[in-house]
Write a protein of this length. Structure first.
Length: 758
């Protein structure tokens, strides 16, 4: 890969380049109806070569689309283009032959929520990775391969890579960016030498991705000996690069921070953005000295995170160009000349992509190469469909073993090849997922827990996994399991060990009468079948030593100790697209258990009180959550649960309700019984977003809940309540603040961090 570093052609090279481009235009024009070689040559020779330099500025760079549209409507030809960061994205896409209208559609139709997702999309994860995310919804993941390590960026950039690969696909065998319909350069910064790098050849998608790799946000890009990130810190508006490409007239578009943003009240992220802008100023001023004209759009009220306002940003760019029309229109050409220019540009645009005859995977060991080839095999012998290929890549990424995968087409000894490069995560395995849970148990007490899960792959065989879980705080525990696939089948076996210590409260007639400390230490083994990415069926046997001791309360209350043994069968279906606040899908869990022995009740009071309960009985439970998106980003949801002990009344192995979204007007686990039935339905209104990459949507919502936990159906006391609150999607998972009011007078306020819809 021969990218160019600080490429500055001599006068001789400029002359040669001008002659070559004139000849190319002449040949192209000869193929255009109404045009001729003489017309194209005369038009090119009679006007200056116009170059465009598109600056960086995150979302503010979408104003470039409006500038390009104004140039097209007013017949100003763009002979060469350069860009930095988002200017490199839009400049590179324009250079491939895309029109301003196509660019506008691309930006409008992009799912920016998905683009800035710092994890693989939940719907494409394997079932076990979905389990991990439901247990640990935090986006923070650490590597333990060579000590405690962080990833090299908050976002590995998989969605960005898929967009760029799709744009650049027809140009996979490009020798030089001069061979694009519009010659192109983009600017990056080499972290190893702290020098600017001007990229003019090599894989186009990789170059565009390098110029967009904001340090700390996106993973840096390796090209040869370079470790490349966003070029904005050294040259945010590359007018000098455009001049070096042989442009006689250089027009720069600067979308840096405007005065309104600088004077506004500064938040943490605004100050961070301002600091970055300040770092760019010196390099930008030097580069802008090479520009003949500078278009500076008025972006008041818009900022670096306004990706979802692409049409308004483009409109601001259009108006900025219109404001300078007196200076720009002198470079306009006649309708006939512009038709010849546009036709010649379009004649160089590639639309056909060779059909791949095989898949070649690089970047990972041979067993993983085979897995990736198998997942993408549907793309062999068929015209390349970027959407189908993207789905396959996201399925591979759903294993959470890779930072990103990229693709392109290349010539091979047996015909066209689909080249797939997979970059494994550099900081693991093993991986450490962390979680934080905080909730108010009652009006004066909070439960706080910090938990973690270490995951190791292929330790005891290909496809095997070791999980180690720990939790510290109000609850303490440790657990470990080995997941072992059986051959190449979907069958698996999972032996496990655990110790758990947690609190349990006893209530009587709306009053807490006792506080218990429960200890469980046990082991179990499951066998099951993996039914794809969305479902799993398993059956198992478990035994545990259980001890439940009264810490606070009337001594007459029973305690329990003894051995618990039971067999169970569980089926889980996870068809949702998020573990935090899904926008669609169903989650369903069902379980049936047969208890052969349970901890027996004991009393320390004198005289002894006798408590009885069955030691052998059946239990069954089913619960589910349905969510759908309505009116844009709002959510409509329904939730239910039901459990029964089939006529028996176990003393300690009963069901409970209480807490947010489980009869919220009651304390956690306040309603207990051998049976329960519960249902809820509600609406979440999206009212805003936290900063991209650092979070997600903000909702306000309300819901109605009804249900009860009871010993016998004939004596059930049914309750209902209304709830409302604010829900934030954050890097740590769900943050919730709200309250519930029951129709029977119960009420609770809640503040919590951690899983909510589970």
């Amino acid at each position: 890969m021969n990218a160019q570093k600080d490429f500055v052609p001599s006068t001789f090279v400029r002359v040669v380049l001008s002659v070559v481009l004139s000849l190319a235009a002449a040949v192209s024009a000869a193929q255009v109806p109404g045009g001729s070689a003489a017309t194209a040559t005369a038009a090119a020779a009679s006007r200056p070569r116009i170059g465009l330099a598109l600056g960086g500025g995150s979302a503010k760079g979408l104003a470039h689309v409006g500038v390009l549209r104004w140039f097209e409507e007013h017949r100003i030809p763009i002979d060469v283009v350069s860009g930095t960061s988002v200017g490199g994205l839009l400049g590179g896409a324009y250079a491939t032959g895309m029109s301003p209208a196509e660019l506008a559609t691309l930006m409008r139709d992009t799912d920016w929520d998905l683009m800035f997702l710092s994890d693989s999309p939940f719907r494409y994860k394997t079932f076990r990775r979905k389990e991990d995310k439901r247990a640990y919804p935090s986006h923070l993941e650490f590597g333990l391969e060579h000590g405690f390590r962080l990833p090299s960026g908050l976002n590995p950039g998989q969605q960005v890579a898929l967009m760029l690969d799709k744009i650049a696909l027809p140009y996979s065998d490009l020798d030089s960016f001069d061979d694009l319909p519009t010659p192109f350069r983009c600017v990056a910064t080499d972290l190893r030498t702290a020098e600017m790098v001007v990229l003019g050849n090599g894989p186009l998608a990789l170059a565009m991705r390098a110029t967009m790799s904001t340090p700390g946000l996106f993973t840096p890009i390796t090209m040869g000996n370079w470790l490349l990130v966003d070029g904005g810190t050294l040259n945010n508006v590359p007018a000098d690069v455009t001049r070096a490409m042989g442009a006689d007239i250089v027009i720069a578009v600067n979308v840096g921070a405007d005065e309104a943003e600088k004077d506004a009240e500064q938040s943490l992220f605004a100050l961070l953005g301002k600091m970055i802008d300040t770092m760019m100023i010196a390099g930008s001023r030097k580069a802008l000295a090479s520009a003949d004209l500078v278009i500076d759009p008025d972006l008041t009220g818009l900022n670096s995170m306004s990706w979802r306002q692409s049409e308004e940003l483009a409109d601001r760019g259009y108006k900025a160009a219109e404001k300078m029309s007196d200076q720009l229109l002198k470079y306009a050409v006649s309708e006939e000349d512009y038709k010849v220019f546009a036709a010649a540009r379009q004649s160089r645009r590639r639309t056909n992509v060779p059909v791949p005859t095989r898949i070649v995977v690089t970047g990972v060991p041979a067993p993983e190469q085979e897995f990736i080839r198998r997942e993408l095999s549907e793309n062999i012998g068929k015209p390349v469909d970027p959407e189908r290929l993207a789905r396959g890549i996201l399925r591979v990424g759903g294993t959470d073993r890779y930072e990103y995968l990229t693709y392109r087409i290349a010539s091979g000894p047996e015909g066209p090849e689909l080249l797939v490069f997979a970059r494994a995560k550099s900081y693991g395995p093993p991986y450490l997922a962390v979680g934080l849970e905080l909730n108010n148990i009652d009006s004066s007490n909070f439960a706080v827990n910090v938990s973690g899960r270490v995951t190791m792959y292929d330790t005891v065989g290909v496809g095997s996994e070791i999980r180690l879980d720990g939790i510290l705080g109000t609850r303490q525990g440790i657990a470990g399991e080995i997941y072992e696939p059986i051959g190449r089948t979907r069958l698996f076996v999972v032996p496990r060990l655990y110790f758990d210590r947690y609190g349990r409260n006893a209530f009587s007639e709306d009053r807490m009468v006792g506080e218990y400390r429960v200890k469980r230490a046990g082991a179990g083994i499951d066998v099951g079948v993996n039914a794809g990415r969305r479902a799993e069926l398993r059956a198992g046997y478990e035994f545990a030593d259980v001890r439940s001791h009264l810490r606070i309360g009337n001594p007459v209350l029973p305690e329990a100790e003894g051995t618990e043994r039971f067999a169970s069968m569980r089926f889980v279906f996870d068809g949702q697209n998020s573990p935090v606040v899904p926008s669609q899908g169903v989650f369903l869990s069902t379980e049936v258990a047969r208890y052969f022995a349970t901890a027996h009740p004991v009393s320390t009071a004198q005289p002894l009180t006798v408590f009885t309960g069955p030691s052998q009985f059946w239990q069954g439970e089913i619960s589910g959550l349905w969510m759908t998106r309505v009116h844009g980003q709002d959510r409509l949801f329904g939730r239910f649960g039901a459990g029964t002990s089939f006529g028996d009344e176990p003393l300690f192995n009963d069901f409970s309700l209480g807490g947010p979204l489980r009869m919220g007007a009651f304390n956690s686990d306040e309603l207990r019984g051998a049976n329960y039935l519960f249902g809820a339905g509600g609406y979440l209104k999206r009212v805003g977003r936290t900063a991209d990459v650092l979070g997600g949507n903000i909702y306000v919502g309300g819901w109605l809940e009804a249900g009860s936990a009871f010993q016998r159906w004939s004596t059930a006391n049914w309750h209902s309540n209304v709830s409302a609150g604010v829900i934030l999607e954050t890097l740590l998972g769900t943050v919730f603040a709200g309250g519930s009011v029951g129709f029977d007078g119960h009420r609770r306020l809640y503040v919590s961090i951690g899983p909510l819809f589970r």
